[in-house]
Ligand binder design. Structure first.
Ligand code: DSN
Length: 434
C-alpha cells in the first residue's frame, strides 16, 4: 500500500514543533522510544473485552500477559492492592468511579472548576454534572489554597456520597488525612484524582493519598510520562461504608463494582497497545532514573516559580509544591488576558495554556491566568539554571504585549528574537533526554 504522505508529513511537522519549542503545558510530557514503540505495535489489532483470564474473545494469551505486567507494576509503584489499567483516559476513569459509587441524582463534591478542579469533577457540561448533583468547594481568596474549614462545613451541610480531592490547576499539596476525617463524619467515599502529580506522588515527593482515599484515579501521560490513558487504584487500607465485611472482602466487592463500571459500564474493548505502553512506562517509573527525573521536575518548578515572583508576577497561593504554577496576570498586567499571552507565546514557540484563576472575573475563553508546568521541559533535559532564562523570555514577550480590548498586538521583532533563542535552546535536544 502507498505510504500516506499527507498524514506523515503532518506528523513530521508535529515532531519538529515539539522538538524546536519550549513545552510548558503542565499536563504534557514526552514519552520514551520504547513507550512509543509499544503504542505503535500490533497489540492495537487485538479485541480483548473483559479482563485477563476472562475475555469475550479468543487469542488473548499475549495481551493478558502485558495487561497483568501493567497491573503488577502499577501496584508496586503506588502501593495499591488493586488496579484497573483499562480506562482510556482520566475522565473515563472518573466517570467509571461515579458510575460504580453513585446513583443518578446523588450528591458528590469536587473542587470547583474555576478554582483548579477538572471538568469530570462536576462541570455542568460533563456527564458528572449532568447525571449527578455536584457541589463545588473552593480555595480561600487570600491564601489561594483549599479552605479545609469551609470544605468541612459544606460537606456536613450537603452530605455528599462521594468526595473528590485532586485538581488540574492547583500548585499545592493535599491534606488527604483531613479530607478522610470529614468523609468519615458523613460516611462518604473519598476519591483522589492524582492525574497531575501522579509521578511525584508515586516516588514519595508529595503526600500519599493511598492510606486515606478509598479510590484513587490517575492519568498515565502527565508527570507519569506514559501513553495517553487512565487507571483506577485501591489502596491496602480500603475501608468504607460497603457493609461489615473483612477488608479483603470490601476490596473484592468494590473492585468488582469498579471493573464492571469500566467495562461494560463506560467502555468496550480495551486499548491493548496503550496498555502495553502503560506497562513499559510503569516499569520506567520504578527506575532510579525516573526518581531523579521527578525530583528535577519539582526543583525546576520551584526555581521557575521563585523567578516569576522575583520579577513581580502574581502567583496563586504564592508558590508551588509540585510540578506547576498558576500565574495571576491581574497583579501587574491587568489589561492582558491569558488568551493573549497563550496566543502570543505560541508564535515564539513557547507553549503554555491560559487558565482561570480563582475568583476570576474573565471567562474561560479569556482568563486572567496562565498555567505553567515543568514535566515536559525536564524530560528534554533542562535544569535549574535554564529556568530564569525561560522566565526572562516569557516576561519579555508579556511586557511587550499591547492590549486593545480582547485583542492585542506586539512588535514582530520581539517574536522573531524570542523564537530564535527558543529554537537555539531546544533544537539540539532530543525529545526524550532521560
Ligand atoms: N486537560 C488536562 C489538563 O490539561 O490538565 C486535564 O484533563
Amino acid at each position: 500500500m502507498k505510504r500516506d504522505e499527507k498524514v506523515f508529513e503532518v506528523i513530521q511537522k508535529e515532531r519538529e514543533r515539539q522538538t524546536n519549542g519550549i513545552e510548558l503545558i503542565a499536563s504534557e510530557n514526552f514519552v520514551s522510544d520504547q513507550v512509543l514503540e509499544a503504542m505503535g505495535s500490533v497489540m492495537t489489532n487485538k479485541y480483548a473485552e473483559g479482563y485477563p483470564g476472562a475475555r469475550y474473545y479468543g487469542g488473548c494469551q499475549n495481551v493478558d500477559i502485558t495487561e497483568n505486567i501493567a497491573i503488577d507494576r502499577a501496584k508496586e509503584l503506588y502501593g495499591a492492592e488493586w488496579v484497573n489499567i483499562q480506562p482510556h483516559s482520566g475522565a473515563q476513569a472518573n466517570m467509571a468511579v461515579l458510575l460504580a459509587c453513585l446513583q443518578p441524582g446523588d450528591t458528590f463534591m469536587g473542587l470547583d472548576l474555576s478554582h483548579g478542579g477538572h471538568l469530570s469533577h462536576g462541570s455542568p457540561v460533563n456527564s458528572s454534572g449532568i447525571l449527578y448533583k455536584p457541589v463545588g468547594y473552593m480555595v480561600d481568596e487570600k491564601t489561594g489554597t483549599v479552605d479545609y474549614d469551609a470544605f468541612e462545613k459544606l460537606a456536613l451541610e450537603t452530605k455528599p456520597k462521594l468526595i473528590i480531592c485532586g485538581a488540574s490547576a492547583y500548585s499545592r499539596d493535599w491534606d488527604y488525612k483531613r479530607m478522610r476525617e470529614v468523609a468519615d463524619k458523613i460516611g462518604a467515599i473519598l476519591m483522589a484524582d492524582i492525574s497531575h502529580p501522579s509521578g511525584l506522588i508515586a516516588r514519595g515527593l508529595l503526600n500519599d493519598p493511598m492510606p486515606y482515599c478509598h479510590i484513587v484515579t490517575t492519568t498515565t501521560h502527565k508527570t507519569l510520562r506514559g501513553p495517553r490513558g487512565g487507571m483506577i487504584l485501591i489502596g491496602h487500607d480500603f475501608d468504607n461504608p460497603y457493609g461489615k465485611v473483612t477488608k479483603k472482602g470490601i476490596i473484592r466487592k468494590m473492585s468488582s463494582l469498579l471493573d464492571s463500571a469500566v467495562f461494560p459500564g463506560v467502555q468496550g474493548g480495551p486499548l491493548e497497545h496503550v496498555i502495553a505502553a502503560k506497562a513499559v512506562a510503569l516499569g520506567e517509573a520504578l527506575s532510579d532514573d525516573y526518581k531523579t527525573y521527578v525530583e528535577q521536575v519539582k526543583k525546576n518548578a520551584k526555581v521557575m516559580c521563585d523567578e516569576f515572583i522575583r520579577k513581580g508576577y502574581g502567583v496563586v497561593s504564592g508558590g508551588t509544591d509540585n510540578h506547576l504554577m498558576l500565574i495571576d496576570l491581574r497583579k501587574n498586567f491587568p489589561l492582558v488576558t491569558g488568551k493573549m499571552v497563550e496566543n502570543t507565546l505560541v508564535r515564539a514557540d513557547i507553549t503554555v495554556n491560559k487558565n482561570m484563576v480563582p475568583f476570576d472575573s474573565r471567562t474561560p475563553f479569556q482568563t486572567s491566568g496562565l498555567r505553567i508546568g515543568t514535566p515536559a521541559i525536564t524530560t528534554r533535559g533542562l535544569k535549574e539554571a535554564d529556568m530564569p532564562v525561560i522566565v526572562d523570555m516569557i516576561d519579555n514577550v508579556i511586557s511587550n504585549i499591547k492590549p486593545d480590548g480582547n485583542q492585542c498586538t506586539i512588535d514582530e521583532d520581539v517574536i522573531i528574537e524570542t523564537r530564535k533563542k527558543v529554537n537555539a535552546m531546544m533544537s539540539p535536544r532530543p525529545l526524550f533526554a532521560w
